[in-house]
Design a protein around this ligand. Structure first.
Ligand code: NAD
Length: 357
């Protein structure tokens, strides 16, 4: 799976990065400009969060939606879940006047797709927004009571990342315990905070960065972390670098700075371009494929009301990732290539073009 799309032509994009369909919705009364990309519904209805952030252009928003939708297909496939992959993006209005009206309109957009796409929380959206969406459609997760009332997936995502870090440490450093290791976390929002708590409880030394001072101060007070600037987090000499903020942060510049044995974090689409995995491998850095290590939230949704199964599946991410690392070494391949092959085997025959099953 590529993590970028170069062309600006929609059907060229589909060549590079097959998707099923892309839907646009404009509602001037509520300021809503939204895009829903569906990558595959081969294994079931497409699930994927709705993010609302600033985009420099509609093309950038569409590219984000398409890349993220593909990641969701691979994520559900590799976990053998009965869901496909989709994603929604809302172009954040510069001055939003009525948040409820905007999300109600977005709910009508989701409803218009008749269940082909199920939406959820993502960057820039909240449980309250999901509740508003649920007033218009049942095809929504992460609500408090309506639709698929799974609440905030972040603690589960963090737990999955925690198991992924343990697997990477086992493989790369031959250690079962995290005690005394040094981990640098980029971004201590919902996932980063929950991850920091788990790592702190395991005796890990933590260095974090986040432009949100309140977020870093909370970690200083609760876990005694060190804080560095956004620019300095890459060069922290540590065992694990854990990106939990933004996509595309693994690029030529950051790889030159990285001083970690392992990259393992929750951010989606971490590699700026697919060839970054080669640069990481050449530098001897073990990379945990993002859509595998960050699948804890999806597992929670898939096994809603079955907390024991969720915990079991989260712990199983350790084995899935360890196996990917071992296979990559045996096959002299990259961890991303091995994970992609695994996911694609499960999605066999679905990528020849549009797949309106
Ligand atoms: P969030 O918005 O709660 O937290 C992100 C944090 O990153 C914020 O505190 C923000 O201030 C910080 N940040 C922004 N720019 C930064 C920079 N340059 N350097 C350092 N920090 C920066 O988001 P989240 O829910 O914690 O998700 C984090 C990442 O994990 C996102 O990429 C998201 O797509 C991905 N993810 C989240 C989940 C989930 O369950 N929440 C699931 C899968 C993937």
């Amino acid at each position: 799976m590529a993590s970028f799309i170069e062309s600006t032509d929609l059907f060229d994009m589909a060549e590079q990065h097959p998707f099923s369909d892309v839907h646009f919705w404009r509602d001037p009364e509520t300021q809503l400009q939204a895009i829903i990309a569906i990558h595959s519904t081969k294994l079931g209805p497409a699930i994927g969060g709705c993010r609302m952030i600033n985009y420099p252009s509609t093309h950038a928003a569409m590219k984000d939606a398409c890349c993220l939708a593909a990641g969701m297909s691979y994520k559900t496939a590799i976990n053998r879940l009965p869901f496909g992959g989709g994603k929604a993006v809302i172009l954040k209005p510069p001055h939003l006047t009525d948040r409820k009206a905007l999300f109600a309109s977005f709910g009508r957009f989701v409803e218009s797709l008749n269940g082909r796409y199920i939406t959820a929380m993502d960057s820039g959206t909240t449980i309250d927004d999901m509740d508003v969406i649920a007033s218009q459609t049942n095809h929504v997760m992460c609500t408090t009571t309506a639709g698929l009332a799974s609440g905030d997936p972040s603690p589960h995502t963090a737990k999955g990342v925690y198991y992924g870090i343990k697997a990477a440490v086992k493989f790369k450093l031959q250690r079962d315990s995290l005690v005394g290791l040094h981990i640098a976390i980029q971004g201590v929002g919902n996932v980063g905070y929950a991850l920091a708590r788990l790592l702190h409880e395991d005796g890990v030394k933590l260095t974090v960065s986040d432009p949100n001072r309140q977020a870093t101060e909370r970690l200083v007070n609760e876990f005694g972390v060190d804080v560095v600037s956004a620019d300095d987090i890459y060069s922290v000499s540590c065992d694990v670098f854990s990106p939990c903020a933004l996509g595309q942060i693994i690029n030529a510049d950051s790889i030159a700075l990285l001083n970690a044995a392992i990259i393992a974090g929750s951010a989606n689409n971490q590699l700026q371009t697919p060839d970054m995995i080669t640069a990481l491998t050449n530098k001897g850095i073990l990379y945990a494929p993002d859509y595998v290590i960050n699948s804890g939230g999806v597992l929670q949704i898939a096994y809603l009301n079955k907390p024991d199964v969720v915990q079991h599946k989260l712990a199983a991410l350790y084995d899935t990732l360890l196996d990917i690392f071992i296979q990559a070494e045996r096959q002299n391949s990259s961890t991303v290539a091995v994970a992609n092959r695994l996911a694609e085997q499960i999605l066999t025959n679905s990528f020849a073009g549009a797949n309106h099953e």
